[in-house]
Design a protein around this ligand. Structure first.
Ligand code: PMP
Length: 405
């Protein structure tokens, strides 16, 4: 019966961590998975998380199920974070929100909603995008296509290509947009470009589906990082959003996030919420309690909220600093090449241009890994969260050697 089940390929991102763990090189460096590390390259539990946990333990609460839609205090906190507390859409009751299993599970609930209520709609994904997007929509049998996004020549946004592809998308299609800090490229539209994308979505009746995995983590400022989804709402668009607390609150393994629909109509929001609950009931019944309590405690408590902002600025600042150090080192070692893209990109990743798999069979990435024990994804993405000052020189040497060979 099971003898014919084929071996699944390792996940392109999590598989890198497996290979890293198996490596015996003393120099090994894991720049694959996007998880924050401190300057000693150790995982971090935020101080506000520890404080919130102490408070929660002190309340000695029970382990009963949450409602299908999740913890109310968490749902409020999440929408406040996304739109800004007191936003008219919140006051008017036109926001549907279900707490779900971090960004991935929230995207999956959104995907299930599209499969059931937007039958035949195509989801447009940026080329490239976070690899799991294809699985998330594909596994719900939602058709997806790419829109042009990254321009390898400028190491920037192919805005013209993006607009052309979205203009050609049939009305009623869904456009998946990264709220900020595009993964894997680190290339975001400018404010003006976001405005043009919003106008196009409105004109062509495209549904924007924002993947907000890095709010506050990209620039250290929660409001700045929510610029795009807020702009779309301001322009009267209805949006769907998958939010994650993995990065900004460091709750990776706790699986904390939400699927949010900001609509123009209260009754529709009520009905959509009822259907989101119906979908979640069959997927996992109800979401986990612990992480949601932590997030709610932090966002809804003024003192902890302010402290969290400081910790986010600290994480974003450390990444920004090693970004600058890497560029400086590369400029010094290989001055003929323009490395300015490294500091233009934002968020936790740098898209190094080491690869294009189609041109070189990914050999440059192989050189990084096999010769230098630098573990990274095959698309040429490195996570700067896994880098510290002490390792900058080693990494720069490996990159220069790989680019030259
Ligand atoms: N979307 C993007 C763009 C991401 O980078 C990630 C995390 N790597 C996620 C969603 C989901 O992460 P999680 O499920 O941990 O929230």
């Amino acid at each position: 019966r099971f003898a014919d089940v084929a071996q699944a390929p390792p996940d392109p991102i999590l598989g890198v961590s497996e290979a890293f763990r198996a490596s015996t090189s003393p120099n090994k460096l894991n720049l694959g998975v996007g998880a924050y590390r401190d300057e000693d390259l150790k995982p971090v539990v935020l101080s506000v998380v520890k404080k919130a946990e102490t408070k929660i333990v002190g309340r000695a609460e029970n382990k009963e199920y949450l409602p299908i839609e999740g913890l109310d205090a968490f749902r409020k906190a999440t929408v406040d974070l996304l739109l800004g507390a007191g936003h008219p859409a919140i006051q008017e009751g036109r926001v549907a929100v279900v707490q779900s299993l971090s960004g991935t599970g929230s995207l999956r609930v959104g995907s299930a909603f599209i499969a059931r209520f937007m039958k035949g709609a195509t989801v447009y994904l940026s080329n490239p995008t976070w690899g799991n997007h294809r699985n998330i929509f594909g596994d719900e049998n939602v058709e997806w296509k790419y829109y042009r996004y990254f321009d390898a020549d400028t190491v920037g946004l192919d805005f013209k290509g993006m607009m052309e592809d979205l203009t050609a998308a049939p009305a009623g299609s869904v456009v998946l947009l990264h709220g900020c800090a595009h993964n894997p490229t680190g290339v975001d539209p400018t404010a003006e470009q976001w405005g043009a994308i919003a106008d196009l979505c409105k004109e062509r009746n495209l549904l924007p589906f924002f993947d907000v995995a890095y709010q506050g983590f990209a620039t250290g400022d929660l409001d700045k990082d929510a610029f795009a989804p807020r702009l779309f709402v301001e322009r009267g668009l209805e949006i769907v959003v998958a939010q994650s607390y993995s990065k900004n609150l460091g709750l990776y393994g706790e699986r904390v996030g939400a699927l949010v629909m900001v609509l123009n109509d209260k009754e529709a929001a009520t009905r959509c919420l009822s259907q989101l609950k119906r979908l979640a009931r069959a997927l996992y019944s109800n979401p986990p309690t612990w992480g949601a309590k932590i997030a709610a405690e932090v966002v809804n408590d003024k003192e902890l909220f302010d402290e969290w902002k400081g910790e986010m600025r600290g994480m974003a600042g450390r990444i920004e600093r090693v970004r600058g150090e890497l560029k400086t080192a590369l400029d010094a070692k290989y001055p003929d090449k323009d490395w300015s893209f490294i500091t233009r990109q934002i968020g936790m990743f740098s898209f190094t241009g080491l690869t294009p798999a189609q041109a070189s069979g990914g050999r440059r990435v192989d050189n990084m890994t096999n010769k230098h024990a630098v573990y990274m994804t095959r698309d040429g993405r490195i996570s700067l969260a896994g880098l510290n000052s002490a390792k900058v020189d080693y990494l720069a040497n490996a990159i220069v050697d790989s680019v030259r060979n």
